[in-house]
Design a protein around this ligand. Structure first.
Ligand SMILES: Cc1cc2nc3c(=O)[nH]c(=O)nc-3n(C[C@H](O)[C@H](O)[C@H](O)COP(=O)(O)O)c2cc1C
Length: 340
């Protein structure tokens, strides 16, 4: 439970520009359609791209930096460990209008480990500092780091503080998001690495106390508005991943609860209808409904009719020619008397 005094502390903190609430970068999930949808739910939430590797940006055929203008404030998350490549990509990000660039020092997948980036970089604080310095030299937008509390047997508090002090002092990085569990680089899948190592929030709170001049956000296992507010008593920001994706209506009250908005909280049905013009435009450009609607499946979570909503979309959105009528039919599965 958050006491009145703590709630006042949160209110004071959210007026401070450093207060952050974000939806985590998630590969295959937080694509541009997902971010457009999340933006309709909250104007102030910071949205992250999926991790994009420097190799994809530099050598890839597709435009990996494309996004919709409505997505701001938007952070590009980069994966890489070559300072010159990262600097090049950070510069492109700034030119394309991104609000911030974030370096991934938290992803434990094997593919990433072999490329020498992601969580394994926690063991190479000097290299991370060089990467961040190189990026900061060529851009004015903030360059931030997302990391874990440790890797493998390097999981002492000292290891974590050494990493943070090296990176912040040598590169000038001011802003860290800490996934409050360590990563096992071998033996666990990326999915297991998001579930098995235990969460340790007190360690992240301690880090903020020991580095009060740095902006610190916590990530990992946060599911409710009450939990978000409780973390903000200790920290500058909170990042939510899976819950925001699976239960996106969590985002609907963020502007009112954390950012002092006095606009009415939007209803779920309004959000669906607000997606129609976007969907029509995307379909006209050759996208498939299923690529967009898959991010909306959790919108009615815990409501009567939620299962039928999901099922109707899952069974119909991939069919050739499927359009917004599929969403209209799916919405008709939610009982009409519910004002949601
Ligand atoms: C499907 C999926 C993909 C992810 N991809 C990334 C990624 O690209 N970059 C990253 O830093 N973390 C990635 N993560 C980790 C999340 O950003 C976050 O740190 C993790 O899910 C813990 O937060 P949560 O408990 O709120 O989900 C991913 C997580 C999921 C579930």
């Amino acid at each position: 439970m958050v006491t009145n005094e703590q709630a006042a502390q949160v209110a004071a903190k959210v007026e401070h520009p450093a207060c952050r609430f974000s939806v985590a970068p998630m590969l295959d999930w937080t694509d541009r359609h997902c971010r457009y949808f999340h933006r309709l739910l909250s104007e102030n939430t910071q949205l992250y791209t999926e991790m994009v590797t420097t190799g994809a940006i530099i050598h890839g055929k597709a435009d990996y930096l494309a996004y919709n203008e409505e997505e701001h404030p938007l952070v590009l998350q980069l994966g890489g460990s070559n300072p010159a490549d990262l600097a090049h990509c950070a510069k492109l990000a700034q030119e394309r209008g991104y609000d911030e660039v974030n370096l991934n020092v938290g992803c434990p997948s094997d593919r990433v480990k072999n490329g020498r980036f992601g969580a394994c970089l926690m063991g190479e604080a000097d290299l991370v500092a060089q990467c961040v310095s190189a990026m900061r030299e060529v851009v004015d937008i903030p360059v931030t780091v997302k990391t874990r509390i440790g890797i493998d047997d390097q999981d002492s508090y000292e290891f974590l503080t050494d990493f943070i002090s090296t990176v912040s002092e040598k590169s000038g990085c001011q802003d860290f998001t800490i996934h409050a569990r360590k990563a096992w680089l071998s033996g666990l899948s990326p999915k297991e690495n998001r579930e098995i190592p235990p969460l340790d929030y007190p360690r992240v709170y301690q880090l903020k106390r020991d580095f009060p001049h740095l902006t610190m956000a916590v990530n990992g296992g946060v599911k409710t508005m009450e939990e978000i507010e409780a973390h903000l008593v200790h920290l500058d920001g909170v990042m939510v991943g899976r819950e925001a994706y699976q239960n996106p209506y969590l985002l609907a009250e963020i502007d009112q609860r954390l950012f002092g908005s006095d606009k009415p909280v939007k209803k779920r049905r309004e959000i669906v209808e607000a997606m129609y013009p976007y969907i029509e435009r995307q379909l006209a450009n050759g996208s498939y409904l299923g690529h967009i609607s898959r991010h909306m499946l959790g919108l009615f979570q815990n409501m009567p009719g939620a299962r039928q909503w999901r099922r109707h979309i899952s069974e119909n959105a991939h069919k050739p020619g499927a359009g917004i009528e599929v969403l209209e039919q799916a919405m008709a599965k939610i009982p009409a008397h519910l004002d949601v």
